[in-house]
Design a protein around this ligand. Structure first.
Ligand code: VGL
Length: 189
């Protein structure tokens, strides 16, 4: 671990998804050691690292002010949309922004981007996924990666659930396993 055809996807490690943010994930800070370690391992191996950002206009359709399910979060250019300062990004990494148009939601950074093509051009055949939040954007990233024909490994210690309903996290893990996502505990070797 990792393999020469792996890429790392760090999903939405933005202040609004951490404790104190607009849409906080309980214990979100606990992902940082695993995420930072994974970025270091990929960087040292010369493998691609993608950090995704939710990057919404102020009137995004997912916001409750517009009839959507969520409080306003990750509004582009605001402090809450910034990467968590505890993140230790390597010298070279790519940023993927999603849900940037007012009228379109995108749970996964495979939606409305060319990420799948870019991964193929880099000869990637498997993605290693971590970030926030497990049942939403991380889930969508894993499932879309599989649908696009990539292998997917979830770093379970590098994510945390929202648990809107008790049991959501376990149900999500079951769904991911059934879809062929490998769930990996602990730090990367
Ligand atoms: C997310 C809820 C709304 C996430 C994004 O990144 O998991 N969750 N928007």
């Amino acid at each position: 671990m990792p393999h020469p055809h792996d890429a790392l996807l760090v999903v939405d490690p933005q202040l609004d998804f951490f404790p104190g943010g607009a849409l906080p994930v309980t214990d979100g800070d606990a992902i940082l050691p695993t995420v930072n370690h994974a970025m270091r391992v990929f960087s040292e191996a010369g493998l691609p690292i993608f950090v995704t950002r939710d990057w919404h206009p102020a009137d995004h359709c997912s916001f409750s002010t517009q009839g959507g399910p969520w409080p306003a979060h990750c509004v582009k250019g605001t402090a809450g949309a910034e990467l968590h300062p505890g993140l230790e990004p390597p010298p070279v990494f790519s940023v993927v922004q999603k849900a940037t148009a007012s009228d379109r939601e995108a749970d996964s950074h495979f939606e409305g981007t060319h990420l799948d093509q870019i991964l193929r051009e880099l000869d990637v055949n498997r993605v290693i996924v971590c970030g926030l939040a497990l049942e939403y954007c991380v889930r969508a990233a894993c499932l879309d990666a599989i649908k696009a024909g990539f292998g997917a490994v979830l770093l379970i210690d590098g994510t945390r659930p929202v648990e809107v309903e008790p049991g959501d996290a376990e149900r999500t893990l079951e769904e991911l396993r059934a879809a062929g996502v490998q769930i990996l505990a602990g730090m990367l070797d």
